[in-house]
Design a protein around this ligand. Sequence first.
Ligand SMILES: Cc1ncc(COP(=O)(O)O)c(C=O)c1O
Length: 369
Amino acid sequence: MEVPFVDLSRESELLMTDLIKSTKQVLQSGIYINGPNVKEFERLTAEYFGVEYVISVGNGSDALTFILRTLDLEKGDEIILPANSFIATAWAVIAAGAKPVFCDVGNDMLMDVEDFEKKVGSKTIGVIPVHLTGRVFDVKNIIEICEKRNIQIIEDAAQSFGAFDDEKNKTGSLGLAGAFSLHPLKNLSLYGDGGLITTNNKKLAYKSYLYRNHGLEDRDHAKIWGYNSRLDELQAAFGIIKFAKIEEFTKKYIEIASFYNENLSSYFLKPIIRENFRDVYHNYVVRVPQYKRELIRNFLKSNGVGSAIHYPIPLHLQECSKDLGYRKGDIPNVENFAESMISLPIYPTMKKNELEYVVEIANKAIIEI
Ligand SMILES: Cc1ncc(COP(=O)(O)O)c(C=O)c1O
Protein backbone atom coordinates (compact mmCIF):
# COMPACT_ATOMS: atom_id res chain seq x y z
CA MET A 1 0.00 0.00 0.00
CA GLU A 2 1.09 3.59 -0.66
CA VAL A 3 0.30 6.24 1.96
CA PRO A 4 1.70 9.56 0.80
CA PHE A 5 2.75 12.11 3.41
CA VAL A 6 -0.05 14.26 2.06
CA ASP A 7 -2.49 14.06 -0.86
CA LEU A 8 -4.22 17.39 -1.39
CA SER A 9 -6.09 16.31 -4.51
CA ARG A 10 -8.39 14.10 -2.41
CA GLU A 11 -9.75 17.10 -0.58
CA SER A 12 -10.40 19.07 -3.73
CA GLU A 13 -12.14 16.01 -5.19
CA LEU A 14 -14.42 15.89 -2.14
CA LEU A 15 -15.40 19.54 -2.54
CA MET A 16 -15.27 19.70 -6.34
CA THR A 17 -18.97 20.49 -7.00
CA ASP A 18 -18.94 23.49 -4.65
CA LEU A 19 -15.54 24.66 -5.87
CA ILE A 20 -16.65 24.65 -9.48
CA LYS A 21 -19.92 26.41 -8.62
CA SER A 22 -18.05 29.17 -6.77
CA THR A 23 -15.43 29.48 -9.49
CA LYS A 24 -18.16 30.06 -12.04
CA GLN A 25 -19.88 32.63 -9.83
CA VAL A 26 -16.67 34.59 -9.28
CA LEU A 27 -15.71 34.48 -12.96
CA GLN A 28 -19.16 35.64 -14.00
CA SER A 29 -19.21 38.44 -11.39
CA GLY A 30 -16.35 40.33 -13.01
CA ILE A 31 -15.02 41.21 -9.51
CA TYR A 32 -11.73 39.50 -8.78
CA ILE A 33 -10.06 41.61 -6.09
CA ASN A 34 -11.51 42.86 -2.80
CA GLY A 35 -15.11 41.93 -3.54
CA PRO A 36 -17.95 40.29 -1.63
CA ASN A 37 -16.21 36.94 -1.07
CA VAL A 38 -13.23 38.57 0.62
CA LYS A 39 -15.53 40.56 2.88
CA GLU A 40 -17.66 37.52 3.74
CA PHE A 41 -14.62 35.32 4.43
CA GLU A 42 -13.18 38.00 6.73
CA ARG A 43 -16.53 38.37 8.51
CA LEU A 44 -16.96 34.62 9.03
CA THR A 45 -13.44 34.13 10.36
CA ALA A 46 -13.59 37.19 12.64
CA GLU A 47 -16.72 35.74 14.23
CA TYR A 48 -15.04 32.34 14.54
CA PHE A 49 -11.90 33.70 16.22
CA GLY A 50 -13.91 36.08 18.38
CA VAL A 51 -11.94 39.12 17.22
CA GLU A 52 -12.98 42.52 15.98
CA TYR A 53 -10.93 42.47 12.77
CA VAL A 54 -9.71 39.92 10.26
CA ILE A 55 -7.60 41.33 7.44
CA SER A 56 -6.97 38.87 4.64
CA VAL A 57 -3.61 39.13 2.89
CA GLY A 58 -1.57 37.35 0.24
CA ASN A 59 0.14 34.81 2.53
CA GLY A 60 1.00 34.04 6.15
CA SER A 61 4.50 35.54 5.90
CA ASP A 62 3.03 38.92 4.94
CA ALA A 63 0.45 38.61 7.72
CA LEU A 64 3.30 38.38 10.25
CA THR A 65 5.35 41.07 8.50
CA PHE A 66 2.48 43.57 8.44
CA ILE A 67 1.70 43.02 12.13
CA LEU A 68 5.35 43.57 13.03
CA ARG A 69 5.61 46.63 10.79
CA THR A 70 2.74 48.26 12.67
CA LEU A 71 5.03 48.22 15.75
CA ASP A 72 7.30 50.80 14.02
CA LEU A 73 10.41 48.83 14.87
CA GLU A 74 13.83 50.43 14.73
CA LYS A 75 17.19 48.89 13.89
CA GLY A 76 18.40 46.88 16.87
CA ASP A 77 14.90 46.30 18.29
CA GLU A 78 14.51 42.67 19.22
CA ILE A 79 11.73 40.17 18.70
CA ILE A 80 12.01 36.82 20.48
CA LEU A 81 10.84 33.64 18.75
CA PRO A 82 11.43 29.91 19.09
CA ALA A 83 14.20 28.55 16.86
CA ASN A 84 12.17 25.57 15.62
CA SER A 85 9.74 27.37 13.36
CA PHE A 86 9.39 27.69 9.60
CA ILE A 87 11.85 30.22 8.16
CA ALA A 88 9.05 32.75 7.51
CA THR A 89 8.66 33.49 11.24
CA ALA A 90 12.20 34.84 11.36
CA TRP A 91 11.96 36.44 7.92
CA ALA A 92 9.00 38.56 9.04
CA VAL A 93 11.17 40.03 11.82
CA ILE A 94 13.94 40.83 9.34
CA ALA A 95 11.41 42.24 6.85
CA ALA A 96 10.06 44.53 9.57
CA GLY A 97 13.57 45.88 10.23
CA ALA A 98 14.20 44.23 13.62
CA LYS A 99 16.52 41.55 14.99
CA PRO A 100 15.26 38.01 15.63
CA VAL A 101 16.38 36.56 18.97
CA PHE A 102 15.98 32.82 19.06
CA CYS A 103 14.88 30.90 22.08
CA ASP A 104 14.63 27.25 23.03
CA VAL A 105 11.56 25.01 23.38
CA GLY A 106 10.32 22.44 25.88
CA ASN A 107 9.38 18.81 25.28
CA ASP A 108 6.12 19.92 23.68
CA MET A 109 8.12 21.80 20.98
CA LEU A 110 6.67 25.10 22.18
CA MET A 111 8.60 28.11 23.44
CA ASP A 112 10.33 27.49 26.75
CA VAL A 113 9.14 30.17 29.16
CA GLU A 114 12.32 30.16 31.26
CA ASP A 115 14.56 30.57 28.24
CA PHE A 116 12.23 33.28 26.92
CA GLU A 117 12.63 35.20 30.18
CA LYS A 118 16.41 34.85 29.90
CA LYS A 119 16.35 36.31 26.39
CA VAL A 120 14.27 39.35 27.34
CA GLY A 121 16.45 42.47 27.33
CA SER A 122 16.19 46.23 27.15
CA LYS A 123 15.63 46.06 23.38
CA THR A 124 12.88 43.44 23.42
CA ILE A 125 9.78 44.86 21.76
CA GLY A 126 7.85 41.71 20.99
CA VAL A 127 7.61 37.95 21.18
CA ILE A 128 6.22 35.54 18.61
CA PRO A 129 4.96 32.37 20.24
CA VAL A 130 4.51 29.80 17.48
CA HIS A 131 1.64 27.35 17.91
CA LEU A 132 3.78 24.74 16.20
CA THR A 133 2.08 21.63 14.80
CA GLY A 134 -1.24 23.22 15.80
CA ARG A 135 -0.41 22.88 19.50
CA VAL A 136 -1.47 25.87 21.56
CA PHE A 137 1.28 27.80 23.30
CA ASP A 138 -0.34 28.92 26.56
CA VAL A 139 0.10 32.66 26.31
CA LYS A 140 -1.06 33.05 29.94
CA ASN A 141 2.41 31.84 30.99
CA ILE A 142 4.13 34.92 29.61
CA ILE A 143 1.49 37.60 30.04
CA GLU A 144 2.80 38.87 33.36
CA ILE A 145 6.34 39.44 32.14
CA CYS A 146 5.10 40.87 28.82
CA GLU A 147 2.83 43.35 30.57
CA LYS A 148 5.55 44.36 33.03
CA ARG A 149 8.11 44.93 30.24
CA ASN A 150 5.63 46.22 27.63
CA ILE A 151 6.40 43.34 25.26
CA GLN A 152 3.87 42.77 22.49
CA ILE A 153 2.63 39.22 21.88
CA ILE A 154 2.22 38.35 18.21
CA GLU A 155 0.96 34.84 17.60
CA ASP A 156 2.29 32.79 14.73
CA ALA A 157 -0.89 30.80 14.26
CA ALA A 158 0.00 29.64 10.75
CA GLN A 159 -0.42 26.00 11.80
CA SER A 160 -3.19 26.31 14.36
CA PHE A 161 -6.46 27.28 12.69
CA GLY A 162 -9.23 26.16 15.06
CA ALA A 163 -7.03 25.43 18.08
CA PHE A 164 -8.03 26.86 21.45
CA ASP A 165 -6.72 27.10 24.99
CA ASP A 166 -8.17 25.81 28.26
CA GLU A 167 -10.53 28.79 28.38
CA LYS A 168 -11.74 28.10 24.84
CA ASN A 169 -9.97 31.18 23.46
CA LYS A 170 -8.86 30.48 19.93
CA THR A 171 -5.29 30.99 18.75
CA GLY A 172 -5.19 34.29 16.93
CA SER A 173 -7.13 35.96 19.75
CA LEU A 174 -4.58 35.48 22.54
CA GLY A 175 -2.22 38.41 21.95
CA LEU A 176 -2.02 41.75 20.20
CA ALA A 177 -2.54 40.03 16.85
CA GLY A 178 -2.32 36.65 15.14
CA ALA A 179 -1.02 35.58 11.74
CA PHE A 180 -2.51 32.63 9.87
CA SER A 181 -1.31 30.96 6.71
CA LEU A 182 -3.86 29.49 4.30
CA HIS A 183 -1.19 27.70 2.24
CA PRO A 184 -2.44 24.41 0.70
CA LEU A 185 -0.85 22.34 3.48
CA LYS A 186 -2.50 24.18 6.36
CA ASN A 187 -5.55 23.04 8.37
CA LEU A 188 -7.69 25.65 6.68
CA SER A 189 -6.09 25.74 3.28
CA LEU A 190 -6.74 27.31 -0.10
CA TYR A 191 -5.81 26.32 -3.62
CA GLY A 192 -2.93 28.76 -3.65
CA ASP A 193 -1.46 31.22 -1.16
CA GLY A 194 -3.35 33.25 1.40
CA GLY A 195 -3.09 34.61 4.92
CA LEU A 196 -5.09 36.27 7.67
CA ILE A 197 -4.34 38.85 10.33
CA THR A 198 -6.53 38.67 13.42
CA THR A 199 -6.70 41.47 15.97
CA ASN A 200 -8.88 43.58 18.24
CA ASN A 201 -6.57 46.55 17.78
CA LYS A 202 -8.14 49.17 15.53
CA LYS A 203 -4.90 50.97 14.69
CA LEU A 204 -3.14 47.72 13.82
CA ALA A 205 -6.09 46.70 11.64
CA TYR A 206 -6.15 50.04 9.84
CA LYS A 207 -2.43 49.93 9.08
CA SER A 208 -2.68 46.34 7.92
CA TYR A 209 -5.44 47.33 5.45
CA LEU A 210 -3.04 49.97 4.14
CA TYR A 211 -0.03 47.65 3.95
CA ARG A 212 -1.89 45.04 1.94
CA ASN A 213 -3.00 47.54 -0.69
CA HIS A 214 -0.04 49.77 -1.63
CA GLY A 215 -0.58 51.97 1.43
CA LEU A 216 -3.69 53.36 -0.24
CA GLU A 217 -6.43 54.79 1.92
CA ASP A 218 -8.69 55.13 -1.07
CA ARG A 219 -8.18 54.82 -4.80
CA ASP A 220 -5.77 57.77 -5.08
CA HIS A 221 -4.27 58.57 -1.67
CA ALA A 222 -1.27 56.59 -0.41
CA LYS A 223 -0.84 57.24 3.32
CA ILE A 224 2.23 55.02 3.76
CA TRP A 225 4.53 52.88 1.59
CA GLY A 226 2.74 49.60 1.14
CA TYR A 227 2.70 46.21 -0.51
CA ASN A 228 0.47 44.43 -2.96
CA SER A 229 -0.62 41.47 -0.85
CA ARG A 230 -4.32 40.75 -1.10
CA LEU A 231 -6.36 37.60 -0.98
CA ASP A 232 -8.20 37.41 -4.30
CA GLU A 233 -11.91 36.76 -4.74
CA LEU A 234 -11.48 33.23 -6.05
CA GLN A 235 -9.34 32.14 -3.10
CA ALA A 236 -11.73 33.86 -0.68
CA ALA A 237 -14.65 32.00 -2.27
CA PHE A 238 -12.71 28.74 -1.79
CA GLY A 239 -11.99 29.86 1.77
CA ILE A 240 -15.71 30.12 2.50
CA ILE A 241 -16.21 26.55 1.26
CA LYS A 242 -13.27 25.27 3.29
CA PHE A 243 -14.40 27.21 6.35
CA ALA A 244 -17.71 25.31 6.36
CA LYS A 245 -15.64 22.14 6.80
CA ILE A 246 -13.20 23.33 9.45
CA GLU A 247 -14.87 21.73 12.47
CA GLU A 248 -15.32 18.40 10.70
CA PHE A 249 -11.72 18.41 9.46
CA THR A 250 -10.36 19.50 12.85
CA LYS A 251 -12.10 16.53 14.49
CA LYS A 252 -10.44 14.29 11.92
CA TYR A 253 -6.97 15.65 12.68
CA ILE A 254 -7.56 15.03 16.39
CA GLU A 255 -8.96 11.53 15.77
CA ILE A 256 -5.93 10.58 13.70
CA ALA A 257 -3.53 11.92 16.34
CA SER A 258 -5.41 9.97 19.03
CA PHE A 259 -5.26 6.80 16.93
CA TYR A 260 -1.51 7.19 16.49
CA ASN A 261 -1.06 7.87 20.18
CA GLU A 262 -2.98 4.76 21.16
CA ASN A 263 -1.50 2.40 18.60
CA LEU A 264 2.08 3.43 17.91
CA SER A 265 4.72 1.57 19.87
CA SER A 266 5.82 3.14 23.14
CA TYR A 267 9.36 3.21 21.69
CA PHE A 268 8.22 6.36 19.89
CA LEU A 269 8.18 9.51 21.96
CA LYS A 270 4.67 10.76 21.20
CA PRO A 271 2.91 14.09 21.75
CA ILE A 272 0.82 14.30 24.90
CA ILE A 273 -2.85 14.70 24.06
CA ARG A 274 -4.32 17.40 26.28
CA GLU A 275 -7.95 17.21 27.34
CA ASN A 276 -8.44 20.85 28.29
CA PHE A 277 -6.81 22.43 25.23
CA ARG A 278 -7.83 21.81 21.64
CA ASP A 279 -4.58 21.14 19.78
CA VAL A 280 -5.28 20.59 16.10
CA TYR A 281 -2.32 18.44 14.97
CA HIS A 282 -1.36 20.23 11.78
CA ASN A 283 1.58 17.81 11.97
CA TYR A 284 1.88 14.64 14.01
CA VAL A 285 5.48 14.51 15.23
CA VAL A 286 7.17 11.61 17.02
CA ARG A 287 10.74 11.38 18.25
CA VAL A 288 13.10 8.47 17.78
CA PRO A 289 16.75 7.86 18.73
CA GLN A 290 18.87 10.06 16.46
CA TYR A 291 20.96 7.23 15.06
CA LYS A 292 17.80 5.39 13.96
CA ARG A 293 15.98 8.29 12.36
CA GLU A 294 17.13 7.92 8.75
CA LEU A 295 16.90 4.12 8.90
CA ILE A 296 13.31 4.38 10.10
CA ARG A 297 12.42 6.91 7.43
CA ASN A 298 13.97 4.71 4.75
CA PHE A 299 12.02 1.72 6.05
CA LEU A 300 8.80 3.75 5.91
CA LYS A 301 9.62 4.91 2.40
CA SER A 302 10.45 1.47 1.09
CA ASN A 303 7.09 0.29 2.41
CA GLY A 304 5.21 3.14 0.72
CA VAL A 305 4.74 5.40 3.76
CA GLY A 306 5.61 9.07 3.36
CA SER A 307 7.17 11.06 6.18
CA ALA A 308 8.76 14.49 6.65
CA ILE A 309 10.81 16.52 9.13
CA HIS A 310 9.52 19.81 10.50
CA TYR A 311 12.15 21.26 10.53
CA PRO A 312 15.57 19.67 9.91
CA ILE A 313 17.60 22.92 10.22
CA PRO A 314 16.83 25.19 13.18
CA LEU A 315 16.41 28.88 12.38
CA HIS A 316 19.59 29.94 14.17
CA LEU A 317 21.67 27.50 12.10
CA GLN A 318 20.29 28.48 8.69
CA GLU A 319 22.86 30.02 6.37
CA CYS A 320 20.84 33.25 6.16
CA SER A 321 21.11 33.58 9.96
CA LYS A 322 24.91 33.51 10.01
CA ASP A 323 25.27 37.23 10.75
CA LEU A 324 23.16 36.83 13.87
CA GLY A 325 26.09 35.06 15.50
CA TYR A 326 24.64 31.77 16.74
CA ARG A 327 26.55 28.49 16.91
CA LYS A 328 25.60 24.84 17.08
CA GLY A 329 24.86 24.01 20.71
CA ASP A 330 23.31 27.42 21.48
CA ILE A 331 19.70 26.18 21.42
CA PRO A 332 20.03 22.55 22.53
CA ASN A 333 16.44 21.28 22.67
CA VAL A 334 15.58 22.66 19.25
CA GLU A 335 18.75 21.09 17.84
CA ASN A 336 17.85 17.81 19.47
CA PHE A 337 14.38 17.87 17.95
CA ALA A 338 15.80 18.64 14.54
CA GLU A 339 17.80 15.42 14.65
CA SER A 340 15.28 13.08 16.22
CA MET A 341 11.80 13.91 14.96
CA ILE A 342 9.66 12.42 12.23
CA SER A 343 6.31 13.74 11.01
CA LEU A 344 3.85 11.00 10.03
CA PRO A 345 0.99 11.39 7.53
CA ILE A 346 -2.04 13.24 8.95
CA TYR A 347 -4.80 14.71 6.81
CA PRO A 348 -8.60 14.65 7.05
CA THR A 349 -9.06 12.45 3.98
CA MET A 350 -6.82 9.66 5.31
CA LYS A 351 -8.63 6.34 5.39
CA LYS A 352 -8.77 3.99 8.36
CA ASN A 353 -6.88 1.22 6.55
CA GLU A 354 -4.14 3.69 5.60
CA LEU A 355 -3.80 4.79 9.20
CA GLU A 356 -3.61 1.17 10.36
CA TYR A 357 -0.99 0.50 7.71
CA VAL A 358 1.17 3.46 8.80
CA VAL A 359 1.01 2.21 12.40
CA GLU A 360 1.90 -1.35 11.34
CA ILE A 361 4.92 -0.24 9.29
CA ALA A 362 6.10 2.36 11.82
CA ASN A 363 5.92 -0.15 14.68
CA LYS A 364 7.80 -2.71 12.61
CA ALA A 365 10.43 -0.07 11.83
CA ILE A 366 11.06 1.00 15.41
CA ILE A 367 11.19 -2.55 16.75
CA GLU A 368 13.21 -4.20 13.99
CA ILE A 369 15.77 -1.46 13.38
C1 LIG B 1 4.91 28.42 11.46
C2 LIG B 1 4.73 29.14 10.14
N1 LIG B 1 4.88 30.48 10.10
C3 LIG B 1 4.71 31.17 8.95
C4 LIG B 1 4.39 30.54 7.78
C5 LIG B 1 4.30 31.34 6.53
O1 LIG B 1 3.09 31.22 5.85
P1 LIG B 1 3.00 31.34 4.26
O2 LIG B 1 3.66 30.15 3.67
O3 LIG B 1 1.53 31.39 4.00
O4 LIG B 1 3.68 32.60 3.88
C6 LIG B 1 4.22 29.15 7.77
C7 LIG B 1 3.85 28.45 6.53
O5 LIG B 1 4.42 27.57 6.04
C8 LIG B 1 4.41 28.42 8.98
O6 LIG B 1 4.29 27.11 9.02
